[in-house]
Design a protein around this ligand. Structure first.
Ligand code: BES
Ligand code: MN
Length: 474
């Protein structure tokens, strides 16, 4: 690659990225549907400018998928590039130093919603591809781009597309750049992603809210019923009380456990700077990495019900709802776990409460064998640019479509250019611009090396624990 591409084009690249980040493509909020489409079209137009003869905006029930193919080169390997153009809601707005959709550089970091998750990383791959064209004029390999707009909200458009046309996943490798380095200077590839089972638990105890003086002492309170159920779903020691949940956990391999033990880790700094709490909770007999990477979780995200306005209102609430989720690990399927959650909640519900569990969305966990040639190619590039091969870690987070990307046998490379303190889903999300510039160089070199060596024999060892397909809520 022409090493001066980034230096020469830096200000144009930054202006382009700012334009992309300024589109508020918040997939979860219906008011932003048109913005999601604008982001999809922005990508489509960009891919056309990069010389892709095939660019499709694939419609479905939700935000569109962007699909593009580089000019066909028979005999050259195909790389499938996945990313997402949607972002999380930016609230709480008053905690942002500059607006979430007014990208701003401070101290070498670009602040905006989506800067790291995942628009900035999608942009990095587009520019890496452009840098290769810039140097040679011709693309050296086949690239298929697939970008979705519903990763953050549990949509189905990309699932429907890949179920109807699984041949779209046919490639020598799939590259997912939606993750981060282990630490500055420490690139990472991921051996597993957790899955997710997201649900709403609704409780109704009365036809209508009642006066708490007239009826207090006899009338069943919906919030009380809800919190009694919730508090029994996890013990104080951190054990989740969903039957058979831990039996299905596939323990990490000895190699993974050995690797994790050797990672530099400062628990006090982790608690103070990242977690920002007074103590760590959960299963204290397990290591931190086992708890955030290799064990299921149960979290309560929000509770709605009763009176939450200013001042006081003496009322017995008739209805209450909690949003909850379980993170899942290899061995567990989200639909199965959803049914177990339903049963567990039904068993805990008092007879005088109507309790309903609605599955909102989910994704299966995935495990990836990183002993494949494509990973060796990436490691050579990391070594030449960062002076270090990738460390093999796991991710606590989820990317629901990842198990499907490997359906046609392509090894799925989970990696990224983020840093652990990027603040994904938080106010003041950022991307360190040094990571972007070096990322363009890294993936540009990766494309060139993969074009030469990536078509070689590959082992079919990609495995997904996902025996259960996403059907989503009715
Ligand atoms: N990029 C993240 C996934 C991630 C998080 C990878 C942390 C590595 C470390 C992704 O965009 C994300 O946030 N996914 C959601 C998916 C969910 C809404 C189905 C998540 O994990 O909460
Ligand atoms: Mn993401």
């Amino acid at each position: 690659m022409d090493e001066s591409f980034v230096k020469r084009e830096q200000s144009r690249l930054l202006a382009e990225l700012n334009e992309f980040l300024a589109i508020p493509s918040v997939s979860a909020l219906p008011a932003h549907a048109a913005d999601c489409r604008r982001a999809a079209e922005w990508l489509g137009a960009h891919l056309r400018k990069l010389g892709c003869p095939v660019v499709e905006i694939v419609e479905g029930q939700g935000h569109p998928v962007v699909w593009a193919e580089s000019p066909k080169l028979p005999g050259k390997p195909t790389l499938l590039i996945y990313g997402h153009y949607d972002v999380q809601p930016p609230d709480p707005l008053d905690e942002w130093t500059s607006g979430p959709f007014s990208p701003t550089v401070r101290d070498g970091k670009l602040y905006a919603r989506g800067a790291a998750d995942d628009k900035g990383q999608v942009f990095c791959l587009l520019k890496a591809y452009e840098s290769v064209l810039d140097a040679g004029g011709q693309p050296p390999l086949n690239v298929h781009f697939i970008f979705e707009g519903e990763e953050e909200c549990g949509g189905r458009v990309i699932f429907d597309l890949l179920h109807e046309e699984p041949e779209r996943t046919r490639a020598e490798a799939a590259l997912v750049c939606d993750m981060s380095y282990y630490a500055p200077g420490w690139p990472a590839v991921y051996t597993a992603l957790r899955g997710l089972c997201y649900a709403e638990i609704s409780v109704r105890t009365l036809e209508r809210d009642l006066h708490s003086g007239t009826y207090g002492g006899v009338a069943p309170n919906a919030i009380e019923a809800l919190i009694r159920i919730l508090s029994k779903l996890k013990t104080e020691a951190g054990e989740i009380q969903v039957p058979r949940l831990y039996q299905s956990v596939e323990p990490p391999t000895q190699r993974e456990l050995d690797t994790w033990k050797q990672l530099p880790f400062d628990q006090e700094r982790f608690l103070a700077d990242e977690v920002t709490g007074k103590a760590l909770t959960g299963l204290t007999d397990r290591s931190i990495y086992e708890r955030v990477w290799a064990l299921p979780t149960f979290e309560i995200h929000g509770i709605r019900g009763g009176f939450v306005g200013d001042g006081a209102k003496t009322v017995i609430p008739a209805q209450a709802t909690a949003k909850v989720s379980l993170r899942l690990v290899p061995g567990q399927g989200f639909e199965e776990v959803g049914m177990s959650l339903q049963k567990a909640v039904a068993a805990l519900a008092p007879v005088w409460a109507d309790v309903e569990v609605t599955l909102l969305h989910g994704g299966n966990p995935v495990q990836i064998d990183v002993d494949q040639p494509a990973f060796e190619i990436l490691n050579q590039v990391f070594e030449s640019v960062e002076g270090r091969r990738a460390v093999q870690v796991r991710a606590g987070g989820s990317i629901p479509i990842v198990p499907e990307l490997g359906l046609a046998g392509a090894p799925v490379i989970l990696t990224g250019i983020g840093l652990p303190d990027d603040g994904l889903h938080s106010p003041n999300e950022k991307l360190d611009l040094r990571q972007l510039w070096s990322g363009i160089e890294i993936f540009g070199r990766f494309f060139e090396l993969f074009a030469e060596k990536g078509g070689g024999e590959k082992k079919e060892v990609y495995s997904s624990s996902g025996v259960i397909r996403l059907t989503g809520p009715e």
